[in-house]
Design a protein. Structure first.
Length: 401
């Protein structure tokens, strides 16, 4: 049967699911149906920071992000109303404690032709006068990085998917998999059974209880994450998106002259999503967290001291046992594919993860070697021990965007 006669079901209408649908439709794959129990982007995607850098910590991650940043630029031309903001690149900030580990990766960046510049505090301030970088810090600037506004990206993707004939079925829960032997042949939904030649699980944290219904366990944990958006600044200064691990978070410009501030909570225990009906609105912000973050960041970016805050958004981050994404075919379940555990960079990976998942579905293999991301790579006993333990975010991998 040619791919033009096949049906693919995608579970989850966030950026990974929609990107997969977009790529399948562009490939001429037959029928593509996207299900979401709520609506497009209603989960983690709309709460994403949207920051992108290609300067990661593994060869596979760097190669995947090279694909993603290229696709973001292409999608800026293809998606209505969407712009990839690359005007200032992306700045990654390090103190004397964190820099040696990143410095060791510079030869890898050179070998993979990933451009970067190491900037002193003085050089950073010359480029962006509003930033006050402490002595002893260094910046690693990614000229190909940038940021997106998730709402614009999701709206643009949705419009293009409609034009491409992709079916998006919102407010429809996918309860489980339909199996015939070791092959997945469809899904069970709140509206009935839907047959499929391929099923892609891209529902982020909800992927875990969804796959658990078929006895599938993955070494994945989720952690609560907070971000805050200011009211418009009277005169917003030029500013790159900044991954600022020494200050425990990140900041970037936001739509309409606003500032977005993201905050990690290293002492907060993991949050286990065990029911398909869970919604992110059930999560709560921690009292005093924003004020403490502003106090840490205010010397670095003095305008924070006087901004008024407009909104708070609480979401989840997903991490695997080894800190790398889980992406590809699920062993023992022919026709089932999964994409999750993109640490805090699910949005940044999404154009590439969608491309790779579509290539798996349509062609059987991705265009980049993703062996390091494959599901089932961790021994069963290590997976069981990881899932049995309760960790704080600080005990998991600290990997930003």
């Amino acid at each position: 049967m040619s791919t033009a006669q096949r049906t693919a079901v995608i579970v989850g209408a966030g950026v990974t699911g929609l990107s997969t649908a977009y790529q399948l439709a562009r490939m001429g794959y037959g029928r593509v149906i996207v299900f979401d129990k709520d609506g497009v982007g209603a989960g983690s995607s709309r709460r994403a920071a949207g920051i992108t850098t290609g300067l990661l910590w593994s060869e596979t991650g760097i190669r995947a992000r090279q694909v993603a940043t290229r696709l973001f630029r292409e999608l800026s031309r293809e998606l209505p109303g969407y712009v990839f903001h690359n005007e200032h690149g992306c700045l990654n900030l390090f103190d004397e404690r964190l820099w040696p580990a990143r410095r060791a990766l510079l030869p890898l960046y050179d070998r993979l032709l990933a451009p970067y510049q190491v900037l002193s505090p003085e050089e950073i301030q010359r480029r962006w006068p509003a930033l006050r970088v402490p002595k002893g810090f260094l910046g690693l600037h990614d000229p190909l990085g940038g940021y997106s506004e998730p709402a614009e990206y999701l709206a643009g993707l949705r419009e293009r998917l409609g034009a491409l004939g992709v079916e998006i079925r919102e407010h429809t829960t996918v309860d489980g998999l339909e199996l015939r032997g070791d092959r997945v042949v469809g899904v069970r939904t709140s509206a009935g059974i839907v047959a499929a030649d391929a099923v892609v699980a891209a529902a982020y944290a909800w992927t875990l209880p969804f796959l658990a219904s078929a006895g599938i366990t993955l070494p994945a944990k989720t952690f609560v994450h907070q971000r805050y958006v200011s009211e418009p600044l009277a005169a917003p200064p030029p500013l790159p998106p900044v991954n600022a691990d020494p200050f425990g978070g990140y900041l970037r410009p936001a739509h309409g002259g606003r500032i977005l501030l993201g905050v990690e909570t290293p002492d907060r225990p993991e949050f286990r999503v065990e029911q398909l009906g869970f919604r992110l609105d059930e999560l709560t912000d921690r009292e005093g967290l924003r004020e403490a973050a502003v106090e840490r960041f205010r010397d670095f970016f003095p305008p924070l001291a006087s901004v008024r805050w407009e909104s708070a958004h609480v979401g989840l981050l997903s991490f695997s046992l080894d800190g790398e994404p889980i992406l590809g075919p699920v062993p023992g379940f022919a026709g089932l594919f999964v994409g999750l555990c993109f640490h805090s960079g699910g949005f940044s990976y999404s154009p590439a993860s969608g491309r790779f998942l579509a290539e798996y579905v349509a062609h059987g293999a991705p265009s980049v070697d993703l062996t390091a991301f494959r599901p089932g790579r961790n021994p069963a006993d290590e997976t069981a021990a990881y899932l049995a333990a309760t960790l704080t975010q600080g005990q998991s991998f600290r990997r930003r965007h």
